[in-house]
Design a protein around this ligand. Structure first.
Ligand code: BG6
Length: 488
């Protein structure tokens, strides 16, 4: 996915808005540090850090230095100093276009990439300032964090306003899941193997589960989260992107727009959720106090009036030839027992059953599990007679084939890959405007259905696998004793 533009010179100047925020300090600067240490950034690379705080450059370095050290305990001090030497800081008021323009205009004779790690409510005014300062004209580029808006209407407003200021091919909308090697591997596995493609359709696949479980809570992001909730925060972006990679048709090539053309078709084929069966096809929950790994965990208590859920399960249907009738169970939650991201593909039973034991009904279906986080591996569940009596091939037992990726491999932070691709101008791992619109259109249908159906919020104790009804949405291997209300 990275050959398209590798011959072009890399952009060499990053204008990083939201430089004092958690995302920048925890992931963006540490990613730049690793890229610099590995010699992957241009020789004259520099960063302008921008935020509201009235720091000067030296004070900003004092804030950033310990965060960099913490992010890479075995990193070399020289590398940290080398990165800091390339960073200067400007205080800026993002609501004021003149302030933004003044903070960047001295750099526009370089090749700039502006990165907005700020709330989407500030995107338009910041971009107006960038345009005024000359930082959105060609060849400059723009990187935008998710979420783009909070529904179709606000997303349209942002996309249209920014679309009037910069060409689409210079806008790089991030979904950091696309920067993860294990997520990219879904495409490699699907389109690099005859075995998978041969069964990848409604004739052989019974159901698909996509699970993104987190043990972390909302912790410290209350202001954003109380207006967002799991559906908008996780399903609209990461989970729908995973769904696209699992369900898309083979692209004609790995060129960015050929991949994105196929993804957008999947999103447009999603059947809107209907209020009449919202309660059967979805569930929303919020964690109460509980325990994770033996440690007490507090309840999530958003401000009065907040509708934010911390758990969502929703069954999606893709109305097209390949997937007609195949349910895609999408589940995500915070404060679940463990951090795990996986895609589980369950195949249909064989057409005629020959064996004595187990019975046809009791036979485990063939199941392909792509574990994406925290480890990366692939499991294939088959039925075999190897564990049965010596002379009888009539008794089958489940056999798990596990293909583990060799450990010890240095995995890059997702943002490292995404920075390099944006500096090189390769859009394949970024989200196109029509994908954003199509994803929001489906999320809007879920929100409307919930509202119309008066869907209640089901509580679940922190450390459980969500509300009891969540069982219907979770893959079978999630052990039910962890469910709220179950006896241990
Ligand atoms: C972010 C969400 O986009 O992804 C967070 O806003 C979530 O709520 C995070 O915790 C999960 O990312 P990862 O890479 O830790 O799975």
């Amino acid at each position: 996915m990275s050959t398209e533009t590798e011959t072009r010179a890399m952009h060499d100047t990053l204008l990083l808005f939201g430089a004092t925020g958690d995302l920048a300090q925890r992931y963006l600067f540490p990613s730049l540090l690793r890229l610099l240490a590995d010699g992957l950034l241009p020789d004259d690379f520099r960063v302008r850090a921008l935020a509201l705080s009235p720091h000067d450059t030296a004070a900003f370095h004092d804030v950033l230095r310990p965060r960099l050290q913490q992010s890479w305990p075995h990193g070399r001090q020289d590398d940290i100093n080398a990165l800091l030497a390339r960073i200067d800081y400007r205080s800026v008021d993002l609501r004021d276009a003149d302030s933004v323009a003044a903070a960047v205009s001295d750099l526009v004779d370089r090749q700039c990439v502006s990165y907005l790690a700020i709330p989407p409510g500030l995107y338009i005014s910041t971009c107006q300032g960038l345009a005024k300062g000359g930082a959105l004209a060609a060849p400059h580029r723009l990187m935008l964090e998710k979420p783009i808006g909070s529904d179709s209407h606000s997303a349209d407003e942002i996309l249209n306003a920014i679309g009037a200021l910069i060409d689409e091919d210079r806008v790089f909308r991030l979904d950091h899941y696309l920067g993860k090697a294990a997520v990219q591997n879904l495409l490699a596995l699907r389109f690099g193997n005859t075995l998978l493609e041969a069964v990848w359709n409604r004739n052989y696949i019974e159901s698909v589960h996509i699970l993104v479980a987190e043990s972390e809570g909302v912790d410290g992001r209350d202001a954003y989260y109380s207006r967002s909730g799991a559906l908008r925060d996780m399903v609209q972006s990461h989970i729908l992107q995973l769904l696209c990679l699992v369900a898309m048709e083979p692209p004609a090539s790995l060129e960015a727009d050929r991949i994105r053309d196929e993804k957008v078709k999947v999103l447009r084929s999603l059947r809107p959720l209907d209020a009449r069966n919202a309660a059967q096809h979805s569930i929303r929950g919020r964690y109460t106090a509980g325990q994770i790994d033996g440690q007490p965990a507090q309840a999530y208590q958003p401000p009065e009036g907040s509708e934010a859920e911390t758990f969502v399960g929703v069954t999606a249907h893709i109305d097209n030839w390949r997937w007609s009738g195949v349910p895609f169970h999408l589940v995500t939650g915070k404060r679940l027992p463990e951090r795990t991201t996986k895609v589980v593909v369950t195949l249909k039973p064989v057409t005629h059953w020959l064996f004595e034991r187990p019975t046809r009904q009791q036979a485990a279906p063939n199941r392909l599990t792509f574990q994406l986080q925290p480890q990366e591996n692939i499991e294939l569940g088959l039925m075999s007679s190897l564990a049965g009596p010596e002379w009888g091939a009539l008794e089958l037992q489940p056999l798990e084939l596990e293909l583990s990726v060799p450990t010890g491999l240095h995995r890059r932070i997702a943002y490292e890959r995404l920075f390099l691709d944006a500096f090189n101008g390769n859009s394949a791992l970024f989200v196109r405007h029509d994908e954003v619109r199509a994803a929001w259109a489906w999320i809007d249908s879920v929100c409307h259905a919930w509202k119309e159906a008066g869907m209640t919020m089901a509580p679940y104790p922190a450390g459980s696998w969500g509300p009891r009804e969540a069982r219907d949405f979770l893959p079978d291997d999630i052990h039910p004793i962890h469910h709220a209300g179950d006896q241990a």
